[in-house]
Design a protein around this ligand. Structure first.
Ligand code: PSU
Ligand code: MN
Length: 308
């Protein structure tokens, strides 16, 4: 058998924005399926979509539902997903790009991580994507080789990804080195240092950009070279008022990693476990920071999509 048609469904709102070449911002769904409990996850989705609309773009939340990749969640599907999330009686997987064909073939449902969302956004012709913080090189990679698919996907799919740097649980300098090896441009949005999720600045310098015009020009120049084209990471610091200093987070991060080791948690379960641990350990201060940076990223992504 030769290639078969991808099971992709476009919600009407995204379909018409694509046809009219209007600004669109893709959103991942793992933060909703594996990041927050119901109903906070549902409120977050509504808030992100609303912000993107307020800033002049169409939101396209990407999710795998019963063997179909959905680009944008229409009203009927929203009801179905909300019912499944609130009842928690139906397996909802965490799906990276390599798992997409397997999940689609089996009729599974799942939240798409950054890697899977990049792949599907690119397939759909969406050029801008907002997330919280990307996955990357895990601490202890020397022994585990645990490096998120997010990094390879960024090198493979030409999409602008707005993120508050990488997740703080990672080996941050190693993640930056890996992004360099993969040839992924990293732009510091109005900052000279790589933001680390909960914390706005870090000791790691990156290239700074201050205007949308500069950023959009850099993107178009990159796309003007012959393919293949990589993605571009726009590192957008959490607003300073809402940041948690690294010195406050580090002891909790160390404890979370020790706990994961003690319980033998690894592979795709590791990132959700560590984030959950931090939420309890910080009495949800980490969740509040996570929500603040997500909103901040949705706004910048909508502004970039509008300026493209
Ligand atoms: N937000 C959460 N929990 C998560 C993630 C985000 O609250 O698990 C996901 C993101 O979608 C990111 C992924 O792409 O974690 C990276 O996971 P891994 O390190 O297994 O590649
Ligand atoms: Mn991993």
């Amino acid at each position: 058998m030769s290639a078969i048609k991808l099971p992709i469904n476009y919600c009407p709102r995204v379909q018409s924005a694509l046809e009219a070449v209007k600004p669109i911002v893709a959103l991942e769904s793992t933060g909703i399926t594996h990041g927050l409990p119901y109903p906070q996850n549902w409120a977050l989705l509504a808030r992100m979509e609303e912000l993107i609309q307020n800033y002049g773009a169409t939101p396209a939340t990407i999710i795998i539902w019963r063997g179909t990749a959905h680009i944008g969640i229409g009203a009927k599907l929203k009801q179905e997903i909300e019912a499944a999330l609130s009842a928690a009686d139906y397996p909802i997987l965490k799906l990276g790009s390599r798992e997409l064909p397997l999940a689609l073939a089996k009729g599974d449902s799942g939240g798409t991580t950054v890697s899977a969302t990049l792949q599907l956004a690119h397939e759909a012709g969406i050029r801008v994507f907002a997330t919280g913080g990307i996955g990357g090189v895990h601490r202890g990679w020397q022994h585990t080789l645990d490096i998120s698919m997010d990094l390879a996907a960024l090198s493979r799919y030409p999409v602008i990804l707005v993120s508050a740097g990488c997740k703080a649980i990672l080996d941050v300098p190693a993640t930056l080195e890996r992004l360099e090896s993969l040839g992924v441009p990293v732009v510091g949005w109005q900052t000279d240092s790589f933001p680390i999720f909960y914390t706005a600045s870090s000791p790691y310098p990156i290239d700074r950009m201050d205007t949308l015009q500069e950023l959009v020009t850099a993107w178009h120049l990159q796309q003007s070279f012959p393919p293949p084209h990589s993605g571009m990471l726009v590192a957008n610091p959490i607003p300073q008022k809402q940041e948690i200093p690294a010195s406050q987070m580090e002891p909790f991060i160390t404890a979370s990693i020790l706990q994961a080791e003690a319980l033998g948690i690894k592979g795709k379960n590791l990132t959700p476990f560590l984030l959950d641990y931090l939420a309890s350990a910080t009495k949800n201060a980490s969740v509040a920071a996570n929500l603040a940076l997500l909103e901040n990223n949705a706004i910048l992504a909508a502004q970039i999509a509008t300026a493209l």
